[in-house]
Design a protein. Sequence first.
Length: 347
Amino acid sequence: MGYRGVSDFRSDTVTRPTRAMYQAMMDAPVGDDSFRDDPTVLKLEQMAAAVIGKEAAMLCVSGTMANQVAIRTHCRPGQEVILEESSHILNHEAGGAGLAMVQTRPVAGKSGVMDPGEVKGRVRSGGTHAPSTGLICLENTHNAAGGVVLAQDTVLEVVKVARDANIRVHLDGARIFNAQAASGVPAKELAAPADSLMFCLSKGLGCPLGSLLCGSREFIDRARHVRQGMGGGMRQAGVIAACGIVALEESIARIVEDHRRAKRLSEGLARIPSLEIDASKVETNMVYFGVKKGCRATLRSIVESARAAGVLLAQANEVQIRMVCHQDIDDGDVEKAVWVIERGSCQ
């Protein structure tokens, strides 16, 4: 149960490397990735490209870096990026798009999904005074919407809007394998409509760090130059890549367990009268809940009381707490969390 008795539900980024990952790091043959001669990095990038169905891939230190490299590679300075208003790229990447000298054009989505018609209405061809649209970004699964999976039919409609306007599409697929596990649609198929895709090793796959940016060979060649300019060139990166190889070989299949536990967690929390939660909306490894009006407890007090009892939670926004299941959470952690949260909330 947990790590040293602590059940950490703050994120799936808090996982610790498995024994197999530690061993792989110790045994990894390495070179200098900036010279493209680290054999472990090369192997990981080939595996990533294959599993996503793209020609090439490039290892980055984080999902934020991979997303921002994609934006800078696809867009010219002064262009515009269309994306959903609660997306990770817009809200949780430290304004990186601004550093890329592009501006963002957010679209209000429903459960993280942008209406294709609204996207079409936001596309601009530029001119003397207006920016041109250089990129459309999607997020699957969508974090702020509760870890929901984007409907592939809608994705295809948005991509058609982009194609008709000769605009590229980037998919923030940080948790694309959660989308695969929940929908039954292979990651290759989910990724196919997009020109580029990023997925994280450090979330559902349980690695200590790293993300892969995938796309055409020509795109990845240009992206390497952009990554270098952002300080992302690495040396003996095989010690990072080794964990990623283990993850692609062993971790994807077990993601369904995270989803099962998240559903069980949501159903347990839904039985607590003071909480506001719809367990039917839990699709992947994330559970969001709030407190009902009139409840004496606050989100902050629930987080603090849970911490005192060895359960770590994170407040997602002004009205919700987010809990995330991952490889270091077991059934006992779920039962403990429900009990602790019930004690900390009003009855």
